[in-house]
Structures are given as C-alpha cells and as structure tokens.
Design a protein around this ligand. Structure first.
Ligand code: AMP
Ligand code: MN
Ligand code: MN
Ligand code: MN
Length: 287
C-alpha cells in the first residue's frame, strides 16, 4: 500500500463556499506538497470531475470527497465522505435534497438582517455565490465584511448568523443515518468532521459517535485546521478507544480567511489507521 505523508482531505471550492476554483485548489495543494488530495464541497459533488482532472494533470493522487450537513440532537454536524462514486444516483439525489431549502433560508436570513438595519444582504451574499444551489452563511459573512459591518468573518460568526443572533435561521439538514448510508453505499468511508467544534454534552457526543458507528461510519477527523493540538490528541484517543480510522484535512476555504493552508498540518499519530487506507482501492493514483 502506498503511504501518503501529506494527505489533505478537506477543503472547499467556489462550488460551495470556498473562493478558489477546483483547479486553483489543486495547484495550491500540489505546490504545498500535498500527495493525496480530496475536494470536499458542502452538500455538493459538482466539482469532483474538475478536481480529479486537475489532480491528475499535476500527478497528485486524488480521492472523491464531500462534506454533508447533518442535523443531530438539534445541532449541525458535518460528515465528510471520501472515496465514493460521485455519480452514484442515491448520493446525488440525497445531496440535491439536502441543498434544497438553502435559498429560502437565505431569504429569511436577509430578512432578519434587514430588521436590524442591514439592508440588501440577500443580493449582497449572492454576489459571492458560485453555485446558485449553495448559498451559505459564509457568503453572507463575506458581504458583512465587505460592507464594513464586521472586521472579519470570525467577528461575523460571533455577532451574526449563529443561534441567538440576527441572521440565524434554523435549518433541518440530512439525518446522520442518511448521510452515512449515501457515502457507504456509494463505496466510500464516512468521517465525522472537526468533532471538537460541536457544543455537545458528553452524553450527546457519545450518542453521536455510537449512532455514527451503528450506521456504518468508520472515521473521525483528528488533525484538522479547526483543531488545536490538544483537541487533536483528544480525538486521537477517542479513535483508539472506538476503533475508528483517522482523517486529516485543512478545511481550507480561502487564502484571505483560512488560518490553515492546504498541506500545512501536523502529521497523524503514527499508530492510527489513516481513513484513506479504508478506501485505498478508490484512490486515483498520481504519478
Ligand atoms: P452553512 O452551511 O450555510 O450553515 O454555513 C456553514 C459554513 O459557515 C461553514 O462551513 C464555515 O465555512 C462557515 N463558518 C461557520 N462558523 C464559522 C466561524 N466561527 N468562523 C468562520 N466560518 C464559519
Ligand atoms: Mn464552509
Ligand atoms: Mn465543516
Ligand atoms: Mn469544511
């Protein structure tokens, strides 16, 4: 089995809420030494063919990817899928259903922002949208920075667009079981993304991991741009305890916004099983 020293299996393009095209992301990953890459747009596989072609042109190994929005215990949880068939009809239809409702949600978000004196947010956010089916809070955040309402996107996500703040519209995403099944029946491995980001109680977190495994989920993101070193260590321990494979990904969105660049992550602890080993047969080899 080929061993990969710099896998980066989590990032976003203009097909969801990133600012770079799949081709520019591939070039950036390659330039930063990534030797196994996956594009994981939110709820969308529309960029997969371009990402694969760009990776192959650079001689960089590639795995298909997606990051599915799930509602679990009243909280939004993200499930990354890797190494599945991106043309699988159940996956494609499931993702389309998950995306449905984003537009209406966006109009409701804009209405709330208008009520606190921020006009034109729907049209403003749309100017940043690359995929009309994927209006995201990130696009609203860019509009709020552009118009000077906030200094940067992290200020936006403290003052707006989150529960209890103007511009937050609760949304019902896919179920955990559906997301895990779409990925696994399409031949892929399901991974719980950035687990330290969820504000779960210990009991809720235990329920998430056990239900995830019961549905056939097999991986957890241990090293990610949104984990500190101690958070990575904590989820490395949990991976050992539960027998989960470990994934690694920057969650890169934009050169201007992301703290962690593609390929610039600490290594996975050597004793953990890399999640990509579980879908080794589905890796499109590089050179
Ligand atoms: P949505 O899927 O429309 O709810 O938007 C979620 C996206 O908002 C995430 O994928 C992130 O890109 C972004 N986001 C959420 N929370 C934060 C935060 N605290 N700082 C920066 N970006 C965030
Ligand atoms: Mn995002
Ligand atoms: Mn996420
Ligand atoms: Mn992400």
């Amino acid at each position: 089995m080929t061993s990969y020293k710099n896998a980066d299996l989590h990032c976003h393009s203009v097909v969801s809420d990133g600012t770079l095209t799949p081709e520019l992301l591939a070039a950036r990953a390659h330039a930063n030494g990534v030797d196994l890459w996956a594009l994981t747009d939110h709820d969308e596989v529309g960029g997969q063919a371009r990402a694969l072609a760009a990776a192959q042109a650079l001689g960089m190994a590639y795995l298909s990817g997606v990051e599915i929005s799930v509602t679990f215990a009243g909280t939004t949880v993200h499930i990354v899928g890797l190494g599945f068939d991106p043309t699988n009809p159940q996956m494609v239809q499931g993702l389309a259903a998950t995306r449905g409702g984003r537009n209406e949600r966006a109009r409701d978000m804009a209405e709330q922002l208008a009520a606190v004196g921020i006009a034109g947010a729907y049209e403003g956010a749309l100017r940043y949208v690359g995929n009309p089916e994927l209006v995201s809070r990130t696009h609203f955040a860019r509009f709020l920075v552009e118009t000077g309402v906030c200094r940067d996107t992290s200020e936006v996500f403290r003052k707006y667009l989150i529960e209890g703040r103007p511009g937050y519209v609760p949304h019902r995403w896919a179920s955990l079981g559906d997301a895990v099944r779409w990925i696994t029946q399409a031949g892929g491995v399901a991974v719980i993304a950035h687990p330290a980001r969820y504000k779960f109680t210990a009991n809720e977190e235990f329920a998430l991991f056990s239900e995830f495994q019961q549905h056939g989920g097999r991986g957890v993101e241990v090293v990610t741009g949104s984990h500190s070193a101690s958070e990575a260590a904590r989820y490395a321990d949990l991976a050992r305890e539960l027998g989960l494979a470990a994934s690694r990904g920057s969650d890169f969105h934009s050169p201007d916004e992301s703290h962690t660049d593609l390929g610039k992550l600490p290594p996975l602890p050597a004793d953990l099983t890399p999640a990509w080993d579980l879908v080794a047969a589905h890796i499109h080899p590089g050179r």
